[in-house]
Design a protein around this ligand. Sequence first.
Ligand SMILES: [Zn+2]
Length: 292
Amino acid sequence: MMLDYIIRATGANEQVRVFISYNKATVQKAREIHDTSPVASAALGRTLVVGSLMSAMLKNDSDLITIQIKGDGSIGGIVVVADNKSNVKGYVYNPDISLPLNSDGKLDVGGAIGNGFLTVIKDLGLKNPYVGQTELVSGEIAEDFTYYFTTSEQTPSAVALGVLIDTDTSVKHAGGFIVQVMPECEEGVISKLEQNIAKITSITRLFEDEKTPLDILELIFDDISYNICETRETKFECSCSRERVEKALISIGKDELIDILETDKQAELNCHFCNKKYMFNEDDINKVISNN
Ligand SMILES: [Zn+2]
């Protein structure tokens, strides 16, 4: 099976930067872990794709990016975390929702998310993380990120995110791109880029036509010179551990833990991101209580 990957490129003497990815295995793994319905697979999948793309913007080893989408639709919310090595993980609040197709005959991601906010938290090793928040434009996620980059990060961007769900509800294709223009970018380059991107009506259609991220990069940079800076692997990977989950147990509070001891005599905690179960028996809980 082909591994998921991201290509990072610059064009027109670094006046333009592009991140483009293929993420089928990542989104399929998320679908299997969370048993998502088709519309939830598409919503979570698009958010995993943009998280994967944004991970390639991180510079330091410990840098971390968290995306939170919270709306009034039936999916409730989506959380995606990506690190500097392009490991991504995520979950949706309500994975089993189903909605009628939208007026275009497509999975109604915008309807599932509804009205609300997109928050991006970048932990870049500074004292305080960078937090950017914008209102959701359509809940279709790509449009919401286009608006986020342009307003919150003051970087005019074009974002395309695509997840194609097969008739058996597995993930057939997933991937996307972010195109960003630097502040000093020439008008001629911008208008040529806009023409090129306008021709790309659907990224999943291109994947269906067996186009690779490199082929799509050539479409974006048609008539514009460009360089590939890097090709890197990206995957769904959770970094949870018993120690981290134990911290969550501590945060429940002593009284509550004593209550658990008296009633259930054990606690089972699940990682939200990968669904891994962590069991704490009577001795474990006693140890947590006495050590804190
Ligand atoms: Zn986990």
